[in-house]
Design a protein around this ligand. Structure first.
Ligand SMILES: [Zn+2]
Length: 227
């Protein structure tokens, strides 16, 4: 292609356990860089609703109570990436989850001369994550958020906002559940981290800091990837 410059939009993958703030960070990247976040669940729902070929295939498989194959997800992704809003770049969330999927994704991107620009791992300290998540609770009256370690009401047992005395915790925010969620995440993600490290596409961010500093680290990586 002489003369014409083809701008290839960045393709980013965001990896991080539940509670690492992936959703918040993806939204900030959407706002700052105009990137489009593509999550597998949303893609499937859209394709089924639109009745695309791949969407029909996905619907049939799901109605039969089976798991949607990697090939169907890839086909749906191919359709979605061809839409104009994705030309500014995308953030993949929830796909790939396995190295087989990562290889299939690489092949798909090759079709259009693209590649993964950065697989960004939001790294967390597991013990600190357990403390952070399992300590959360909210006022049953007004929904104000509190934390055993970081934010107790000024008067113990009384909500600062509404003076309510009833508080609740999410059942799946207990320490054991959080620890096993993190363990499952690491077991599932370790091969992907290796895969992208070998491909030279892996970036790691300390995701235990303030939201703004994580966002700044992410923005620096995106800028490098798009330079
Ligand atoms: Zn309250």
């Amino acid at each position: 292609m002489d003369g014409a410059t083809t701008v290839i939009a960045p393709v980013l993958i965001l990896l991080g356990p539940p509670g690492a703030g992936k959703g918040t960070q993806a939204r900030m990247l959407e706002e700052k860089f105009g990137l489009v976040q593509l999550s597998t669940g949303d893609l499937l729902r859209e394709a089924v609703a639109q009745g695309t070929e791949a969407g029909k295939a996905a619907k049939a498989v799901m109605e039969a109570g089976e798991l949607v194959s990697d090939q169907i997800v890839i086909d749906i992704l191919r359709d979605r990436l061809a839409q104009s809003d994705c030309q500014r770049g995308v953030i993949l969330d929830g796909f790939p989850r396995t190295t087989v999927q990562a290889q299939a994704l690489d092949k798909l991107l090759e079709e259009s001369g693209q590649k993964i620009d950065a697989a960004i791992s939001l790294d967390v300290d597991d013990a600190a994550m357990v403390t952070r998540i399992s300590g959360r609770y909210t006022c049953a009256g007004c929904g104000e958020g509190y934390h055993d370690t970081f934010k107790q009401p000024a008067t113990a047992g009384t909500c600062d906002k509404c003076q309510g005395t009833d508080f609740k915790r999410r059942a799946d925010d207990n320490a054991e559940t959080v620890a096993s969620r993190l363990e499952a995440y690491h077991a599932q993600t370790a091969p992907l981290i290796d895969y992208y490290a070998k491909a030279g596409a892996l970036s790691r961010i300390d995701a235990m800091g303030a939201i703004d500093s994580i966002a700044a680290d992410l923005a620096a990586i995106v800028k490098t990837a798009t330079a």
